[in-house]
Design a protein around this ligand. Structure first.
Ligand code: UD1
Length: 371
């Protein structure tokens, strides 16, 4: 079986790591196409080296651009790659512009597509990721859902027959790296200057367009972090840095110490060292949950509803709707006492994915799609 993984943005590289490792234990041919959506070393290269992912077989080098330009560039660059490779499966990950472009390009060439992390929904049509998820799920042949909730969403949209519960591959990688960090196999993370890791601090990230692109909203969120009574290590995504500069918003103020995005092991170590997390990232909400740190999500909704139900994640769409005291109490609240269970699976999701691809390859539906 020949499988091509299409990746391009940081969270996809994290998900690729356990998949590439699971394929390496088999006879299957696994090829990696990097679209180049993320190109900064901090967002791309360090994930390949740090997580032991083989170098991409093909790099499309599309870079940044408006949604249409970026998606279109991936779409047109993939045609010759797929034509040359004719894989048995195209595997796309998550919800970025690289995901939807990979899925669309493949179905148009009658290549079977599997979508990893299918069925997530925020029901917020302002998010570019929401369009990408819905479109990818509806054009893919096999929907690999991370959770029961995702399976329900897919069934609700009439996609049950193409869906399978695989579990969440982020559990595989997060727990493996956590164990390595706790065993002292990684150096201490490069936290922003001014953060003393022996004292309580919060770890923060902001990168969603809804939070970064409106100057008033961005200034208010940065102000809310700056006013907290403990130091805040703000790991600044390039979009955040670019928008803050553009709008003349100072990030390094009050409690905030600004640093660069961390490699994956550094991020896991930083979460473990922190008193809690404030973020708008999907992945980090779940990493905080898996690493048993409380998370406050500055968004009106989350796709990872299990983290909220278990009491480890709280949504605060607008910190200024709370008093300063209530906001500080929220982000520094104690951890819940109840066992959160394992809503994201047992850390064997990547093996499930390989097995499901093998099983579905033998299905009549697959044979009809494949040439
Ligand atoms: C993308 C994904 C988002 C994911 C995030 C993880 C989409 C629609 N969004 O958002 O789902 O959570 O990746 O980080 O695909 N930039 C750089 N260097 C880079 C990459 C980006 O400087 O290597 C800057 C550029 O100014 C660029 C901006 O960041 O325009 C946004 O990058 P882009 O890939 O378009 O989206 P993200 O915000 O990273």
């Amino acid at each position: 079986m020949k499988v091509i993984s299409i990746v391009g943005a940081r969270p996809q590289l994290v998900k690729l790591a356990p998949i590439a490792a699971a394929f390496a234990e088999t006879e299957h041919e696994h090829r990696i196409v990097h679209t180049g959506q993320h190109y900064d070393a901090d967002l791309s290269d360090v994930f390949f080296s740090g997580l032991g992912i083989p170098d991409p077989d093909v790099h499309l080098g599309v870079g940044s651009g408006s949604h249409g330009v970026q998606t279109g560039a991936v779409l047109s660059a993939l045609d010759p790659v797929f034509e040359a490779e004719r894989p048995d499966w195209v595997l796309v990950y998550g919800d970025t512009n690289s995901t939807v472009a990979g899925a669309l390009s493949a179905v148009k060439m009658h290549l079977p597509v599997a979508h990893l992390e299918a069925g997530l929904r925020s029901f917020n049509r302002r998010m570019p990721e929401e369009h990408n998820r819905v479109l990818t799920d509806h054009c893919a042949d096999l929907l690999l859902a991370p959770t029961e909730e995702a399976m329900r969403h897919l069934a609700h949209e009439g996609l049950a027959a193409r869906s399978a519960l695989a579990g969440d591959v982020m559990v595989d990688i997060c727990l493996r790296i956590r164990d390595a960090v706790l065993a002292g196999e990684h150096p201490a993370p490069a936290l922003p200057e001014g953060i003393d890791r022996t004292q309580p601090f919060l770890l923060a990230t902001l990168h969603r367009p809804d939070n970064t692109d409106d100057p008033e909203r961005l200034d208010a969120l940065v102000g809310a972090l700056a006013g907290l009574p403990v130091p805040v290590a703000l790991l600044a995504h390039p979009r955040l840095v670019a928008r803050a500069e553009e709008h003349g918003i100072e990030l390094a103020r009050g409690a905030i110490q600004v640093g660069r995005p961390l490699p994956y092991a550094g991020l896991v170590a930083a979460v473990l060292a922190s008193a809690g997390v404030v973020t708008d990232s999907g992945g980090l909400q779940k990493e905080a949950f898996l690493l048993e740190r409380i998370c406050t999500t500055v968004r009106p909704e989350t796709e990872w509803i299990e983290t909220v139900r278990a009491g480890w994640n709280t949504l605060v769409p607008d910190p200024h709707e709370l008093s300063d005291v209530k906001w500080a109490e929220t982000v520094l609240r104690p951890s819940p006492a109840d066992d959160p269970g394992k809503p994201y699976g047992d850390g064997r999701a990547a093996h499930n994915v390989v097995r499901l691809l093998e099983e579905w390859q033998d299905s009549p539906q697959h044979a009809k799609r494949a040439r």
